[in-house]
Design a protein around this ligand. Sequence first.
Ligand code: ATP
Length: 446
Amino acid sequence: MLHKKILHLSLDDVDTENYGCTTYTLSIIVKELIAIGVSFIDYPHLVRLNPNIPWKTRGNGAVSIIIEYENKDKIFSIANKIVYESYTSATKKSTPALILCEKEHITDDLIHFSEEALYKVLSIKQAKSLIKKHNMLYTTYGGEIGLIGALAALANPLIEHTYELICYRLPKNFGLPRKVDKESVIRMSEKTFPYTFNNYDPFSRRILITPHSNDPVLFGIRGLSPNKLIEAFDMIKIEEDVSHFLIFKTNQGTNAHLNFYFKINEVKPYYSVKIRGYVKTNPIITRGGHVFFILKDDSSEINCAAYEPTKTFRNIVSKLRVGDYIEVGGGVRPPNKKYPLKVLNIEYINILKLAEEYVYENPICPRCKSRTKSLGQNKGFKCEKCKSRFPNLSKEKRIKPRTIAPGLYMPPPSAHRHLTKPLQYYGIDLKINVPFDESIFFRQFS
Ligand code: ATP
């Protein structure tokens, strides 16, 4: 007789730009596993990995489940069948990977790998050597790159986490315009604030819960607890028949990709990093509305960019001045012909200390108190009003009031990455674990 075991199963890279979604394929696996009586130990995990990986399809998400069951081969075979079906539906253009292991195999080396996958660029070789070392069951189709994400999702403990309720469409509606009432989303967003986040961007007046691609997701609501998400779901007016929803535990909204400080000379292309340093050049605004400045620390210099989509954030960045001491977090782009330094695409800025900025003004006339006029370099000043001349006066240095204050600044929600921690969650304990409730995490509609 087989004994029940705790199993971790993960997958990644099921989708292409035009078809499918890794979370959707997982939701179909969950549905089949519920049907055969598998017990779930936790909410399915949706793990967002390094958002600066150039070969990601969209949000660099990978998924995993933790379950209890006696027959791991049966679980693997059910999941494999569904993954293969998704692969053929995506006309074999995706490169899915599926991994299954027992709880005992989630050891420190795997956890370390999953941590590095949040901010570094890892290799298939690194992933495969761990998979082989722990003798895991795995399969890939079309290529092996998906193993990196799948392995990273398998072992991420999601210590800091939020939740997302993803509602899926009926296949007959895939590709058609999404029928979700905008006003009801705005209402829901206001009523559930701050327990849900990034539903709506008041700056651009854009709904953020609905994706734009052809994938099976109708919408996803993000927040701090599964029960709040269900409450929010019930507030949304959905004007099409839907298939099902699944609630994920996720590292979205936790800044998990920006956990480590780097010296500028250590940063590598496509890494996600945070750096402390001094502003070396005043910001410039280029055609296209991007703002650039150079940051330096004691190791090197890097170009920092706030691109046009970050909208109002650029106003803050453009007010920085030489000598300001700041912390910035973001993704690194390799140097190119136009920008010979690496470029950090800034996701947040923390102004730690403002430099003093000065203006130099012509002196006040000592006789009549009006502002003097310069007579040219080293030639002194003349008062236009009383006509006196002052060959020995020099320009007056005055501290110019700065128009920004120290503190944390971020782009508006429409420019956030999935992992970006919203401003209102700074200082909130995102480690609080909501006990898993098997009766609410999956709901089938039709
Ligand atoms: P979606 O969000 O819709 O699921 P996606 O953006 O997650 O799409 P994927 O199809 O998963 O896109 O592609 C991301 C690819 O990058 C995967 O093959 C994954 O294995 C790989 N990958 C993820 N993180 C890293 C990393 N840190 N280093 C190298 N490769 C990575």
